[in-house]
Design a protein around this ligand. Structure first.
Ligand SMILES: Nc1ncnc2c1ncn2[C@@H]1O[C@H](COP(=O)(O)OP(=O)(O)OP(=O)(O)O)[C@@H](O)[C@H]1O
Ligand SMILES: [Mg+2]
Length: 377
């Protein structure tokens, strides 16, 4: 959808963006993050050509933005700036409707859309539409700024630290609302922030900038788990993953070679297998490694005839987890169902691994070991 190809921006002799290559997919919410002066705003403004790249190309849907009419180009994008940029002498309604009216869209449609947008951002139209910006709180102003960016129903929305002036509670509320809006409307959003918590909460992908260059561009999960270098891990904070345990997934902590067997073997063989591997249960799989049952040492003890095959006594009802289930889900299951292991299966029931309470405890204890090493909380 948006593509940067070898884009650089130089002011006088000062290179603020160096040879940037970036691909933003349709419907993605991409967060640009980095310290002050690293070039976030410049990157954003090059998309709507408020800033012209010194070299390189920016394509939108395959068309070079240089070849588009600049006014028409900007109208296809919503733009929210930090100070909201609302016109003080216009009411909320006039502010939201300014571009659609300039475009001479149908009046009734514009008004219906305004009402819809107000509802989306959680402000009562009857109460707020005829107020002036000075009669609104900072959070309400920023909401109107967001509504205005969505007013022309643009495909792309650029947001430059739109929530930075807010208290943590309104901020977190607006973040949740934005994620909701995004899920509903599937816009392509480029969002600038300083705040890593904000980025993790809302981003499909995070683009970390450092001195005009991209140091890592990946999902929040991958950035937390595999920071590209020291700069990123310092920036992200070493124990950040623990503030979002939802991002620790079953596949990250499972044992990938659990003791398993096909269903043909006898109970005698199965006991040997358990003894040899020092386990008290064996997962039973078919020829294609799909899990079909489980046998425990206890179940074998209760069976007198050890020549039976395990398929005759195995339990075929069992709980399982998916590879993307989070540690939070897993802990809940373990606690509620009072079980000590959960097999991890893909959508075709193929056995991928095993979560045991031991692996959960080990993972959880790393949190505290990690903290010790840092010597702080
Ligand atoms: N018009 C300009 N002329 C000269 N230098 C500029 C101009 N605009 C920006 N810069 C410089 O380019 C660099 C990047 O600026 P930019 O506004 O993109 O940073 P930023 O990452 O958005 O920072 P912040 O987090 O403080 O908003 C800075 O060093 C800034 O001083
Ligand atoms: Mg900026």
């Amino acid at each position: 959808m948006i593509r940067f190809e070898n884009v650089s921006k130089v002011y006088k002799h000062n290179a603020v963006i160096e040879n940037m290559n970036l691909d933003i997919g349709k419907g993605e919410l991409v967060v640009l993050i980095g310290p002050s002066g690293c070039g976030k705003t410049t990157t954003l403004k090059m998309i709507n050509r408020l800033v012209k790249p010194t070299s390189g190309k920016i394509y939108i849907d395959g068309t070079d933005t240089e070849e588009r009419d600049i006014i028409e180009l900007r109208r296809t994008m919503g733009y929210v700036i930090q100070q909201t940029g609302l016109f003080p002498h216009m009411t909320v309604k006039e502010n939201i409707e300014i571009i659609p009216r300039l475009e001479k869209r149908d009046h009734q449609k514009i008004e219906a859309r305004t009402i819809e947008l107000m509802k989306m951002i959680g402000l009562n139209p009857d109460e707020f539409l005829y107020r002036y910006p000075t009669q609104l709180s900072g959070g309400q102003l920023q909401r109107i700024g967001v509504a205005r960016a969505f007013a022309t129903d643009p495909e792309i929305i650029l947001m430059d630290e739109p929530f930075s002036a807010l208290d943590p509670i309104s901020r977190s509320q607006l973040q949740i609302e934005l994620v909701g809006l995004q899920a509903q409307l599937k816009k392509t959003i480029v969002f600038v922030t300083h705040d890593m918590d904000e980025a993790i909460k809302i981003a499909d992908k995070i683009c970390i900038l450092h001195k005009g260059q991209i140091v890592q561009y990946d999902t929040p999960e991958n950035i937390l788990k595999n920071p590209a270098n020291e700069y990123v891990s310092d920036f992200v904070g070493k124990n950040r993953i623990w503030s979002t345990p939802e991002l620790i997934k079953a596949r990250d902590i499972m044992i990938t070679s659990p003791i398993k067997s096909t269903d043909g073997i006898s109970l005698l063989k199965c006991i040997e297998l358990m003894r040899f591997n020092k386990v008290d249960s064996v997962l039973v799989v078919d020829d294609e490694n799909r899990m079909i049952g489980i046998v425990t040492a206890r179940m074998i003890q209760l069976e007198k005839d050890r020549t039976k095959s395990i398929s005759e006594i195995m339990r075929t009802e069992f709980l399982s987890a998916g590879p993307e289930d989070s540690i939070v889900d897993l802990l809940k299951t373990v606690q509620e169902k009072k079980i000590s292991y959960i097999p991890v299966l893909d959508e075709n029931k193929v056995l991928l691994g095993l979560i045991t309470t031991t692996s959960l405890v080990t993972t959880l204890s790393q949190q505290f070991i990690g903290l010790d090493e840092e010597g702080e909380s």
